[in-house]
Design a protein around this ligand. Structure first.
Ligand code: BDP
Length: 706
């Protein structure tokens, strides 16, 4: 009996040990790109360790302590040995952190990594700069760069580098696909989730220095004393990582929570209310960043409700900020339900006349494209037109129109395509990036915002591949010249694997993924044909909605002749909102680049394109090859399997399988629907779908829970 018990006991121990080791190896994605797993190459480890004998830091205040702490944890993990933090010494072979006014860089948050007197020295004008330098050094080691590649120096090109959270008080996230909000409003301010710190670390590692905590469809609650206490508790955590908090404003807050009779921005009582509110906020949060405002847009109230302009509203808030170091980010995402108009033109029509009228603390925040975060958009004409107003970029990281957390779409190529577009605002070379970094207009205010894809899921982004979009966005806010390939490779190396073949297979998959998504959903410049409301799956046939510009037939305009939205002078003339040089690129259907063709032209189904195919055949080719290419993505991922954590591998493999099935759904829905107009066969070698249009329509109803 004793032997039996002993035997069972030892089996149980073995089993427990096994389970532990499985659990210890399983990667739940929580650590993002800050994994710091042991470097397996002993030679490299020794080389790095020879420069990492100690971390010397003189100050021990908030941000410097964060920098030293991060380096210590990172080096211990990567090198497998403890690294002491010391406050002084004349030893060599260590890392020295120093704040020095002598550092000559354009931005005080920039850093230098040099080798001096046998040490690696991280220096910057500010503590935040030192923190960014510490993360840069860690990234250097995580991506296995040789130490001889130092020195390096880097300075952020944009001043306000921020995430916008569309998080609601009730814990949900508008267009969030990774669980609920990270902010536990009901527990705050007393209980401060340790996760807030990890959120701040991740963002600081990219250079992000601001976070708007709440949805642009804002609740007035955030302006109450109760909620400001909660916000302050989060700000206290973020401060040690150089991140400032901002709040979205519900414009009628003075009426709703202030008890005033009006929220008219020119009313003296309203002005006084905001001035007092600002004072209250800065007392609690001395480094508060400022306000983000969605006004007179999609039913949100705003200054126009009182006969005032967007500039009146923005300037009133800017004045209320007074001498505090805060800004107002006023969104240009506005459009009216005009059946005769073109939604494309709306933001320009409202904001261009106000150019030059904004207070010096106001930045107008513009979505990358004129419509709404579609899979591909031409850049917003405002970037070329507002030459007397600083403009912020608003990208969407969360994949509202890009297949949620199911489809793997690497967004860096989308961001870059917009940033690198030439607006010609002040002549050739006035790229969108240079407009928003302030260099074209010579502004010191510059900002870039991304609508966050984070949530309470353990791995932060639902789809582990979504982490790469957070990563790429953040790195681009720091340096918009970084190439998509660099960003993909860095992220893969830091997050998934450094094994070269596997890393290459995944990088290749990521780099093609956006174009593949475009092909099986909206090829050749089709846009806004996704599932109504939910924005998932195809629904190009939608011709009934409360507003004309919420109908999808409004956007694609398919008829027996052809498809596409004529935005030239013979149509809505939206093209006239661009500089002549930009118009020249897109104006002529013969020379308009294919990715933008149906954005600007109604093209005949029979029209021969430069590819040698007719428009109809080209559309079909894109839908079919796009859907097939998801099969290729699956193969790429499978190639990397031996080098990837099994849990993480299986998670992404499952999502890719769904993506493949849904790509075929998109394909069938769109070719079957457009075929009812084109009245042509599916070109060989492709085959007519087995199912009918009615079959695919039913699928959409199921997703929409109709
Ligand atoms: C749209 C979203 C909506 C947002 C809106 C915005 O569908 O949920 O509120 O943008 O940016 O894309 O304000």
């Amino acid at each position: 009996m004793r032997t039996y018990v002993q035997r069972v006991g030892s089996w149980l121990c073995l089993l427990a040990g096994l389970m532990w080791s499985v659990a210890a190896n399983a990667d739940d994605g929580y650590r993002l790109w800050l994994k710091y797993d042991l470097i397996k190459d002993a030679g490299l480890r020794t080389a790095y360790a020879s420069q990492a004998g100690f971390i010397q830091v003189t100050g021990r205040s908030g941000i410097l302590a964060s920098a030293a702490g991060e380096l210590q944890a990172g080096l211990q993990g990567l090198l497998g040995k403890p690294v002491p933090v010391v406050s002084s010494g004349s030893k060599t072979g260590g890392i020295v952190l120093t704040v020095s006014q002598a550092v000559a860089l354009p931005n005080a948050e920039g850093y230098q990594l040099t080798q001096q007197g046998g040490n690696v020295v991280i220096s910057a004008k500010t503590e935040a700069g030192v923190l960014y330098g510490a993360f840069a050094l860690l990234r250097h080691l995580q991506t296995r760069q040789p130490l001889r590649n130092l020195p390096q120096s880097s300075s952020p090109k944009v001043r306000y580098r921020m995430l916008n959270h569309w998080d609601n008080v009730n814990g949900t996230i508008e267009r969030g696909y990774a669980g609920g909000t990270l902010w536990k409003w009901y527990e705050l301010p007393e209980t401060v989730d340790p996760r807030y710190r990890d959120y701040a670390r991740a963002n600081a590692s990219l250079g992000i220095n601001g976070s708007v905590l709440n949805n642009v469809n804002a609740s007035a609650r955030f302006m109450t004393a109760e909620y400001l206490q909660k916000v302050a508790a989060i700000a206290n955590v973020f401060r040690a990582y150089g991140i400032r908090v901002y709040l979205s404003v519900y414009f009628p807050a003075p009426k709703v929570v202030g008890g005033l009779k009006t929220s008219d921005p020119l009313d003296p009582q309203v002005k006084a209310w905001w001035t007092d509110k600002v004072a209250e906020i800065y007392k609690l949060i001395p480094d508060f960043g400022g306000f983000l405002v969605k006004a007179n847009s999609e039913g949100e109230p705003g200054p126009q409700d009182y006969g005032r302009t967007h500039a009146d509203g923005a300037n009133m808030l800017a004045e209320a900020l007074g001498d505090h170091d805060g800004i107002v980010l006023w969104r240009s995402f506005v459009y009216k339900a005009d059946p005769k108009g073109d939604r494309f033109k709306a933001a320009y029509e409202e904001f261009k006349p106000l150019d030059g009228q904004f207070h010096k603390k106001v930045i107008v925040q513009v979505k990358n494209g004129p419509i709404d975060f579609q899979v591909r958009e031409p850049f917003s004409p405002l970037f070329g037109a507002m030459d007397r107003t600083p403009l912020a970029m608003e990208f969407q990281i969360t994949q509202e129109y890009l297949g949620f957390a199911t489809h793997s779409v690497f967004e860096a190529p989308l961001f870059k395509e917009c940033l690198d577009s030439d607006t010609w605002q002040k002549g050739k070379g006035s790229t969108v990036a240079k407009v928003i970094d302030g260099s074209v207009g010579n502004y010191t205010l510059s900002a870039m915002a991304g609508v966050a894809n984070t949530g309470s899921d353990r791995n932060w982004t639902g789809n582990p591949m979504g982490q790469a979009n957070w990563y790429a966005f953040g790195r681009l806010t720091w340096d918009h010249t970084l190439a998509s390939e660099t960003l993909a490779r860095e992220w893969v190396n830091m997050t998934l694997t450094t094994e070269p073949k596997a890393a290459q297979a995944i990088t290749d998959m990521m780099l093609r993924s956006r174009e593949i998504y475009v092909d099986y959903t909206n090829p050749l410049g089709l846009h806004h044909i996704m599932g109504y409301g939910i924005h998932y799956g195809p629904e190009p046939w939608l011709d009934r909605a409360p507003r004309p510009d919420w109908r999808h037939t409004y956007y694609h305009r398919a008829d027996s002749i052809g498809v596409g939205f004529d935005r030239t002078a013979s149509g809505s003339n939206a093209l006239s909102q661009y500089k002549p040089e930009v118009q020249a690129q897109w104006n002529n259907p013969e020379s308009c680049p294919l990715p933008y063709l149906l954005w600007f032209h109604h093209v005949a189904w029979t029209k021969k394109l430069p590819t040698g195919r007719t428009l109809w055949d080209e559309i079909c080719t894109r839908y079919y090859t796009g859907a097939d290419a998801v099969g290729w993505m699956q193969q790429q991922w499978a190639q990397a399997k031996p080098a990837i954590d099994p849990e993480l591998y299986a998670d992404v493999a499952g999502r890719l399988a769904t993506q493949h099935r849904e790509a075929i759904w998109w394909r069938d829905a769109c070719v079957l629907y457009f075929q009812t107009f084109a009245k042509r066969p599916i070109p060989a070698p492709f085959r007519q779908p087995d199912r009918t249009l009615e079959d695919v329509k039913r699928l959409v109803d199921i997703y929409q829970m109709r």
